[in-house]
Design a protein around this ligand. Sequence first.
Ligand SMILES: Cc1ncc(COP(=O)(O)O)c(C=O)c1O
Length: 460
Amino acid sequence: MQTTGHGPATTQLASSLVQDAEAAPLPRHRLPDSGTGGEVAHDLITNELFLDGSARLNLATFVTTWMPPHGAALMAETADKNMIDKDEYPQTAEMERRCVNILGDLWHAPGGADATGTSTTGSSEAAMLGGMALKWRWRERRRAAGLSTDQPNLVMGVNVQVCWDKFCRYWDVEPRLVPMEGDRFHLDAEQAAAHCDENTIGVVAILGSTFDGSYEPVAEIADALDALAAGGGPDVPMHVDAASGGFVAPFVQPELVWDFQLPRVQSINASGHKYGLVYPGVGWALWRDAAALPDDLVFKVNYLGGSMPTFALNFSRPGSEVVAQYFMFLSLGRDGFTAVQQSSSAVARHIASDVAAMGPYRAITDGSELPVLAFALKPEVTGYTVFDVSDRLRERGWLVPAYTFPENRTDLSVLRVVVRAGMTRDMADLFLADLRKQTEVLEQCGAGPRPAGEGQAFRH
Ligand SMILES: Cc1ncc(COP(=O)(O)O)c(C=O)c1O
């Protein structure tokens, strides 16, 4: 029998093109009475997510936007593992240990193959743990000496990432922020020592400032704190926030001394999901030895009938993140990590030199520390701003943040490009071509007025 235009075959075709659920608005406020089924829900959600920017064109984030397919597959295969169930998933727990040891070795922890540390959800959680250990140890020392523990402070540059403001607020510590001054955009040794007193729980030095990718002079800061203690002043420990630099410096600047080689450095955090090359969210916190991590911060959970120490803010969290970190270590090895990070570094320096040659821009950083470059417009450029450049790049899909520096340098607004694995030389050249074209348009036509207050602060 032949079917006509309105027969069963057409109906079947139509129903596979237009599902009832697709014709209705998606639930926004309450659980729908009946579900769409998995296939339709998958389509609907995938469609909606097209409105997100393309992760690969996101030059704003430090976080991994590309992983090798085997690594991504392994993450999907292990999505059911809970990191905290160490007795049920002992091999995942074992991989966490191996990662901590590998990082301990990379960062020269004195304990050799038995490093003290943990995985976290990211550098923010790792920073909370590092900060708590500093506070607890300071309090122990003060109590033992019969001194007050009412007014702890933490010394750091104003350029710290917001996680350190959070740490101070959540744990009742005064954030002692050293302001920027002239062309000094991060903490230096002199200012670090000058801001310390008997209530300072520690100094945070950043290996890879979020604002511009520059490294703070960790070794110089350590020397200045050594001199302060030797001169009868307070003996202040250091934490290094190596959120990005912890996975870059060992491969791009192997001679740089910034880690546990400096006895003053008590703890280090890094983001596995940044230059550790894993999708979000995994981070790492390591202490120079067991003595640097106060016992009463560590909880014991049952592990294979034994007892497993844990120090974390969360309980359940994905085990797949840790599996993926171990995968990256295993699959790339030292050679592979060196090749990947050096390639990002070369691409960043290439972009920086071409941007500088365009004319209207001046470099703040050039990609020679983190593979990150920040650039401003020269003072003589008055017809448009970095915010206009950022807007115009977005029209082509490139997400490049423009933001103003903090107090003391609020006159300075920059654009920042973060180069990560997956940003090839070819993509860099496409980006440069678009930046050149949009800059020429702005040079010729200027920019229209901007809505007041738009595009000012930027904190990641
Ligand atoms: C220096 C620094 N510290 C901490 C963080 C917070 O890291 P996470 O996103 O892993 O929590 C960032 C994020 O960009 C950072 O750049």
